[in-house]
Design a protein around this ligand. Sequence first.
Ligand code: SF4
Length: 537
Amino acid sequence: MKKIYLETFGCQMNVLDSELVETQLRALGYSFTPALDDADVVLYNTCSVRQRSEQKVWSRLGILKIRKAEDPALVVGVIGCMAERDGAGLMKRMPHVDLMCGPSELDQLPALLENHLKTGKQQHALAGNNSRRTKTLDHAREDPDDGLEALDLARSFSPYEQRFQAYVRIVRGCNKFCTYCVVPYTRGAEVSRSPQVILEEARKLTDAGCLEITLLGQTVNHYAYAHDTQASTSTGPAKQRTTFAELLGLLHEGLPHLPRLRFLTNFPADFGDDILQVMRDSPRICRYLHIPAQSGSDRILQMMNRGYTRDSYLELVGRARRIVPHIQLVGDFIVGFPTETDADYALSRSLAEQVRYKNAFIFKYSPRPGTVGIKRYVDDVPEEIKRFRNNDLLRLQNHISHELNRELLGQVVEVLCDGPSGWGGTNAPSDKDSLIAGSAHQSPVELGATLAAGLSRAGSGMRLDRHGQPYVAPQVTAQRPPDWVQLSGRTTFDQIVVFDGPPALTGRILPVRIREALGMTIFADLAEASDACRTGG
Ligand code: SF4
């Protein structure tokens, strides 16, 4: 049977899509290989949010063109946002691409592959911008032929896979139309999945040994699912709505053996106290909130069509800290948005200083084809100014993160052990823009975002670990037993902690005592369970 190499770019939503695609194709008898040269089928699950990510795919496709000339039987497929955004343009520029499949059509990928193998003809399944709304709204009507729902339901729950962390999609698509973002055009309108289906999926994952579930959506706090009720109105059955806060409560209660429940990403507007109250009252929901600000300047926020102001953002930050003690916040910023002045940038900087995020993801603006921004605004901030602001904000955030990390010194915290730190495999990606399906354990990023503060990666040649953090070489101590290795784990606040221990600790939640905080990396020693304290973990 054919061997597939699947490489994933971009956000956790793409990681989840790749996992589900892999499940479907495995069920049909395909196997997966981490070695590109060994593959009969090469699939790239792509991201259009950053230009850099697209450039990597173009470059990989260029290399495959040479290989395909020597081996015409090789199948090359592009799936995900880039396929949807570029459509026919991509096949025109890269005629050796055999398959294209948009993110809302992934349930059709097995059929596309089979058809191509039978006929040798190019195959594609794309929603297309014009039909996007109709199509995704059809899905929302619980059409029994909803292929996307079938894709989510196709995941495997084998206890033998030793999966201890998993993503579960709760909302597809996005309705916000931020002017810089292509996601609403590639993933379609916002559609919430049924709470019963989500609970069932999460329960199966927990039964299979999963210790941490991250609920995914572009704007999870917009989750709203309308159910029919027994009562009727003149237009049909009366509807009852399940909100995001109610979904969180339902999952916390319905999954009593799940130690950690997280969610990503939040939109800073429309964020009610009810969500914060459920977080406060549910000890197994991680006290971690990713709320991308993007800018501290009201003028720029308005140009971005973000729908909130600096003051309303700070009001949410204050509310979150008041209602949920010890909560940690993570932010996102875009620097160099069109017309951004020094004064605008200073407002972003002061926002980061004021909020004191645990960490932040910082990007230089790049105009993306298909967005309102590229049509409406001139990309007029010079590259060197973008670079300066990017590095300046990274330095500031690193400093804040380091100070927050140092507050943990001496504390005993619980970590979920991810396994040996650093790169273990031969096919490990060189940075976080690219992930190999099945190997992903990522730091949280806004869906569509990829670069963590503290990593001035571009051109630096810096070696990064699996979390996108600077790689720290294992420190061999005289006392370390010979079978121990350097492990890494994550606190409930998603801080990366490095410690020594036997590899068998992988996939376990265990207490460690924080010994040292070097920049973004925290070092610890294994501790006794009785030393564990709640506040640090
Ligand atoms: S940035 Fe986030 S909220 Fe805005 S359009 Fe993109 S996915 Fe939606």
